[in-house]
Ligand binder design. Structure first.
Ligand SMILES: Cc1cc2nc3c(=O)[nH]c(=O)nc-3n(C[C@H](O)[C@H](O)[C@H](O)COP(=O)(O)O)c2cc1C
Length: 366
């Protein structure tokens, strides 16, 4: 039977496993390359990297593997709200004691802007990376066309069917359906994030039914059973983030890894506190202090810039109470979920478990 999705067929994946792009250092070139070498799709989370650093990381992945891999970027908002100076100063005052405790200082205003999206994309385009994926919005048509003309598979992120349809209309090759269980930032780009909190189990079949495109399921998938479920619901592949955070090649702090292994099903929450954009992570005292202060949280990327040096200092000091511990609801060694394995071993285990799960279900009386 011909593959119904020739765009993804080009990638010749041996396993329907995408390692989620994770900005902030988790998706090291070693992790990306190991996943692609093992027959999944490795993805570099480059949203916070300078164009130069992206170019170097791409070269490093290429040195480690000849297999296809992808790069992911953050689409900036078209209408960025003017930052409210008084709200920024109030937040700076709130954060100051935390900064002092970690021997660091609140960044000077005006705050540094995020990396230039167009310059980042130019590097990815020039390198002709096999997959370009993005979140937080939709790049302009000329950029998407340029990637497709280069033979890149283009993948967008949607948290609702309506967003999936916007991406399909824009001409992407596939859509990541990001359920509310997902770790990290919500990809929601239309309406409020609350409206985009649809669980993976509900979102994937509706997205698969509505879109004339392959759907990749993301959110709360930690093992082969979850992948089998995603495929059963109509996805062509599953994108796993938290599961890969605990692998040996992941670049996160060892104490962050341990926090994921120790997490329970109720350990995470969605918060705007750390970056100004809704994101799911393990609850921390810093998150609670910002939420409970009763002051306005500046929008992304302003709040992200205000807390960035603090989060970096927390990582230097190994202070999990101040780090951003992004993780999905599936984290939790207690449930036999996140596993500290080499990434290639995890990919092989996921594929084996998915096959076993499907065989197990085939034996059940229905
Ligand atoms: C630490 C972390 C960082 C993330 N960074 C990105 C990112 O840069 N770009 C992106 O599209 N998604 C990002 N995500 C979301 C993932 O793509 C994916 O939706 C999510 O990990 C799936 O849920 P799971 O963590 O339960 O597997 C991130 C997730 C985590 C946990």
């Amino acid at each position: 039977m011909p593959d119904p999705w020739p765009s993804l067929d080009r990638l010749a994946l041996r396993h329907p496993v995408v390692q989620a792009p994770m900005a902030g250092g988790a998706t090291t070139p070693a992790l990306v390359a190991a996943v692609s070498e093992a027959g999944g799709l490795g993805m570099l989370g480059a949203g916070l990297m300078s164009p130069e650093a992206i170019g170097q990381a791409i070269n490093e992945v290429r040195r480690l593997t000849g297999r296809p891999f992808g790069v992911n970027l953050f689409v900036p908002e078209v209408h960025r709200p003017e930052p409210d100076a008084a709200a920024i100063e109030a937040m700076a005052d709130l954060l100051a004691p935390w900064y002092r405790e970690l021997a660091s200082t609140v960044p000077a205003r005006p705050l540094p802007p995020p990396p230039d999206f167009r310059a980042q994309a130019d590097v990815v385009l020039a390198a002709a990376v096999e997959v370009f994926s993005f979140t937080f919005g939709v790049p302009e048509a000329t950029m998407l066309r340029a990637f497709r003309d280069r033979g890149c598979v283009v993948i967008g992120t949607a948290t609702t069917v309506a967003e999936g349809l916007v991406l399909a209309e824009a001409g992407v090759d596939a859509v990541v359906a990001q359920g509310s269980e997902a770790g990290g930032h919500r990809g929601t780009f239309t309406g409020t994030f609350e409206r985009g909190l649809v669980g993976t189990m509900a979102l994937v079949p509706q997205m698969a039914a509505a879109l004339p495109l392959p759907v990749i399921a993301a959110g709360g998938i930690m093992d082969g059973r979850g992948i089998a479920a995603a495929l059963t619901l109509g996805a062509v592949a599953a994108q796993l983030g938290t599961a890969f955070l605990a692998t040996m090649e992941s670049g996160i702090h060892p104490m962050y890894k341990q926090a994921i292994l120790d997490a329970t099903d109720e350990a995470t929450a969605i918060t705007r506190a750390l970056t100004g954009k809704a994101a799911r992570g393990i609850r921390t005292p810093l998150m609670a202090a910002i939420e409970q202060a009763g002051i306005a949280i500046p929008p992304y990327p302003v709040q992200a810039a205000l807390t960035a040096p603090l989060r970096r200092a927390a990582t230097r000091w190994g202070r999990t109470d101040v780090m951003a511990l992004w993780a999905g609801q599936g984290a939790g060694q207690g449930a036999g979920q996140a596993r500290a394995l080499p990434a290639a071993t995890l990919v092989a285990a996921l594929a084996r478990e998915a096959r076993e799960a499907i065989a197990d279900v085939a034996d059940k009386p229905l």
